[in-house]
Design a protein around this ligand. Structure first.
Ligand code: SF4
Length: 364
């Protein structure tokens, strides 16, 4: 078992990505077997606890308020609603619940306190709890950790260069800063990206450089295939080919051997054979549930049938790391600091984002 390498270069990663496919699959599957049980796949459930109305301009996202995408928005869910859904997820084989809120960044106050209570509640159900809430200060990360958070998701989305072609309302360095804030706690890091947004293969490699040179590397890396939603700036993107997905998963596995590689959005466009190839290439996690935040996802029963067919077993919770302790709000050693951090707002113009915004205005 080789030591994890933290100084990957773009050229080295491109060389791996572009190998003859059988070579690439063999190498990735070998690395996978050295570090993980190849027949175990984690099942996570993604819950949208606050949907739509987001102030950001992410070109792929139907939840951005400025685009016209017909999604049904909702305010922050109650703790009881979240608990009921987490219990349902647990019964159907999920070991992790990931709660997503369409926020630019976390704001101290009542809503964040409610999210902290959700974290406490799910951790007490003996499930791994993950949150994706936008940018985060160090104090907020510590409060989440104290509540019992297992993982924080904050995707880099693409390479630093291509990020500027997709999002203008925040900078790549803010993403890295949030990951750094999470790393000051014992919460694990989940960070990955999306392929099929019109980026070059070099951008895919660039994203993997940014992730694999973090030390430690993220414990979890989701690889998403763009689901092009009508009304978003990326609505006309062609679906990414399964071969690109397999290559991306395999390369991720090789450069981040210990990481849990997640086959995330875009599974509805993949056949079972395609997904099986991704598992062989080193993917060892999926998201379950009929929706991934707002986009369609395979039915959980179909997933369980696929697991039976392929002889896969759902991973038990806390297999990779012990369960965090939950500290009650009344015993917390951290306070609501009412912070107002200055996250960047580059505000450069992305033509397709502007066009989608104008079209949404005209449609109103
Ligand atoms: S990806 Fe997140 S931050 Fe970007 S628009 Fe969607 S909800 Fe907002």
């Amino acid at each position: 078992m080789g030591a994890t390498k933290h100084n990957w270069t773009k050229d080295e990663i491109l060389e791996i990505y572009n190998k003859p496919l059988m070579e690439l699959l063999y190498q990735a599957a070998t690395v996978h077997r050295e570090q993980h049980d190849p027949n175990t796949v984690q099942v996570s459930t993604l819950l949208s606890i606050k949907t739509g109305g987001c102030s950001e301009d992410c070109g792929y996202c139907p939840q951005a308020a400025r685009y016209h995408t017909n999604i049904e928005g909702n305010d922050l869910m109650s703790v009881q609603q979240v608990k009921a859904q987490a219990l349902r997820a647990k019964e159907s084989g999920s070991s992790r619940v990931c709660m997503g809120a369409a926020w630019r960044n976390v704001k101290d106050g009542e809503e964040f306190d409610q999210v902290l209570e959700m974290v406490r509640t799910i951790n007490k159900l003996d499930m791994e709890v993950c949150c994706t809430l936008g940018m985060l200060t160090e104090n907020q990360a510590k409060r989440l950790a104290e509540a019992g958070l297992y993982a924080y998701n904050h995707n880099l989305d693409s390479s630093e260069e291509y990020y500027k072609e997709v999002i203008s309302t925040r900078g790549f360095e803010d993403r890295l800063q949030t990951i750094d804030n999470v790393r000051k706690t014992n919460v694990t890091v989940c960070s990955g990206g999306i392929i099929g947004m019109g980026e070059k293969v070099e951008d895919r490699a660039g994203m993997l450089v940014a992730l694999s040179t973090l030390n430690p590397q993220p414990e979890s890396v989701p690889i998403n295939a763009l689901v092009a939603v009508e009304g978003t700036p990326l609505e006309d993107q062609e679906p990414v080919s399964i071969w690109d997905m397999v290559r991306m998963v395999a390369t991720t596995r090789i450069v981040m051997p210990e990481t849990q590689v997640r086959l995330s959005a875009g599974r509805t466009q993949m056949t079972q054979e395609g997904q099986a190839m991704c598992f062989f290439a080193g993917a060892n996690s999926i998201f379950a549930g009929d929706k991934l935040l707002t986009t369609p996802n395979p039915d959980v029963n179909e997933d369980m049938k696929m697991f039976d067919l392929l002889g896969l077993n759902p991973q038990k919770p806390f297999t990779k790391k012990v369960q965090p302790q939950t500290v009650e709000a009344t015993d917390s050693q951290y306070q609501d600091l009412g912070e107002k951090p200055k996250w960047s707002r580059p505000g450069h113009t992305i033509e397709r984002n502007e066009a989608a915004k104008e079209k949404a205005k005209a449609d109103k």
